[in-house]
Design a protein around this ligand. Structure first.
Ligand SMILES: [Zn+2]
Length: 163
């Protein structure tokens, strides 16, 4: 018998989030605020279980959708940026970069544990959250998980995490 390696992949129209962000790059550049209709795909590698599944597709889709829903219609802010300072001020969350600042109602923002809200780091964040959710459900660690975040058509980033 040839050896076999299995993976499952979920990517659906519902795994989309429409969010605002801005990133810093090249040290002293900071984008203008803008948004994307981000699309997420998740792949999980692993052996087959007693049901001949790698993992339950429906559960994986629902876990991913719950995370996507937390980000949808929110301003995504980097909580660990060395250049953008984010602080709660009264009912708002304020981001400051040099002499610019942006103020948002706090319930319309998500402050992420990231240095920058690039597609790469958003994918990493989602992968870490998914691995934690799998553990909470009592699932065995997968051999690997890959998360792809597409910012716009033909432009995406992917991370592979190996628990
Ligand atoms: Zn962007």
């Amino acid at each position: 018998m040839p050896s076999a390696a299995y993976k499952v992949r979920v990517t659906k129209d519902e795994l989309v989030f429409s969010s605002g962000h801005f990133i810093t790059f090249d040290g002293d550049h900071c984008e203008r605020i803008h948004g994307h209709n981000y699309r997420v795909a998740v792949e999980v590698d692993g052996p087959l279980d007693a049901n001949d599944y790698v993992v339950d597709f429906i559960a994986l889709r629902d876990m991913t959708r719950n995370l996507v829903n937390e980000l949808d219609h929110r301003m995504l802010l980097p909580g660990e940026s060395p250049r953008i300072r984010v602080a709660v001020e009264g009912p708002n969350t304020v981001a400051r970069y040099e002499d610019r600042f942006w103020s948002f109602p706090s319930d319309e923002c998500v402050v992420l544990p990231l240095a920058n809200t690039t597609a790469e780091l958003l994918a990493h964040y989602l992968g870490v959250r998914l691995l934690a959710d799998m553990k909470t459900r009592g699932w065995a660690d997968p051999q690997a998980i890959r998360v792809e975040v597409e910012e716009c058509f033909g432009q995406s980033a992917e991370v592979q995490l190996i628990p």
